[in-house]
Design a binder for this molecule. Structure first.
Ligand code: SAM
Ligand code: GLN
Length: 292
């Protein structure tokens, strides 16, 4: 970080703010991502900045009262903290969701497969949907909005994530049945449906052995119990549950770790499940779709 404080000048024009911010961020993030971070951060702190920039050609003063918050945000970015934790917001399929440290940040890759899933089920009547490990509620809430006739249930073992999912459901007035339980260790509430039309999950799936290859931003700041696991354990529990609790013609869709494809297909075979792997736009195996 050097000895100079980040963004050192007393008063700054927007152009100067950009110069100083990029100078601080580029060594860590490179030019393109630093530019994007600058714009996103400025929109967060000062939603009107673009019009001010246009009118003044960048010579408008950055409001001095925002400077301490700006410096604090830069310090967090320089410590590899994800932007979503700094702004406390993330977009997921048109929903603007609250997130906070301790809650997994929903990924664009997940957004993409959930979008595909919504299209695939657009003409299928779904009654009961279950999301296992709902985190911020991203998948469950996107499905609740897309399928208003369905009842959406979600389980989560982290209290802070469950609280965040509840807050996000309220934000959009979406009905969500949420249980704070460790799936696979405690039964689902007895008042919940016994059979499901759709089970979805983005479980922890990075095997501990892949920990060193995981991005610093993820490793240092996101909750490890949302990400890392022993072998295929969480997914195996979900598939076992699906083999017993899916309705006829129902599907279970789970985000997966690409290197586990063979193991997962073989497990599905043992459980008597029909399995299909779906790839993402980059050609990487991304989800496992199963049916009885
Ligand atoms: N579904 C969210 C998403 O895609 O953004 C969160 C996915 S995150 C990779 C996995 C989530 O599962 C975390 O919120 C974690 O706390 C939760 N989790 C992990 N093990 C669990 C268990 N046994 N029972 C319930 N939730 C669990
Ligand atoms: N895709 C996430 C990542 O690479 C991992 C998500 C998960 O373990 N479910 O950070």
């Amino acid at each position: 970080m050097g000895s100079r404080p980040i963004v050192s000048r007393e008063t700054l024009t927007l152009i100067q703010l950009r110069e100083e911010t990029l100078e601080a961020l580029i060594p860590l993030y490179g030019p393109a991502e630093s530019q994007a971070l600058f714009r996103q951060l400025l929109s967060h702190f000062w939603p009107n900045w673009q019009i001010e920039w246009l009118i003044s050609r960048g010579e408008a003063l950055f409001p001095p009262y925002l400077k301490p918050d700006w410096q604090a945000a830069l310090r967090r970015l320089l410590a590899h903290e994800p932007l979503a934790y700094i702004t406390s917001e993330v977009e997921f399929l048109g929903l603007s969701l609250a997130v906070r440290p301790g809650v997994f940040i929903p990924r664009p890759e997940t957004e993409a497969w959930v979008h595909g899933l919504i299209q695939a089920f657009s003409s299928t009547p779904l009654r009961y949907i279950l999301d296992i490990g709902t985190g911020s509620g991203a998948i469950a809430l996107a499905l609740a909005r897309a399928f208003p006739q369905a009842e959406v249930y979600a389980v989560e073992k982290s209290p802070i994530a469950a609280e965040t999912a509840r807050e996000n459901a309220q934000r959009y007035h979406l009905p969500l049945h949420l249980a704070l339980i460790p799936f696979g260790e405690a039964p689902l509430p007895s008042s919940w449906p016994q059979k499901w039309d759709l089970i979805v999950s983005n479980p922890p799936y990075i095997p501990y052995a892949a920990y060193p290859e995981t991005e610093l931003r993820v490793r240092l700041h996101e909750p490890p119990e949302a990400l890392f696991c022993r072998d295929i354990e969480p997914t195996a529990k979900i598939l076992d549950f699906a083999s017993k609790n899916l309705n006829a013609n129902a599907r279970c869709v789970v985000e997966i770790f690409p290197k586990m494809v063979k193991k997962l297909i073989s497990l599905c075979h043992d459980l008597g499940l029909i399995a299909q792997i779906h790839k993402d736009l980059s050609g990487r195996p991304r989800t496992l779709w199963v049916q009885r």
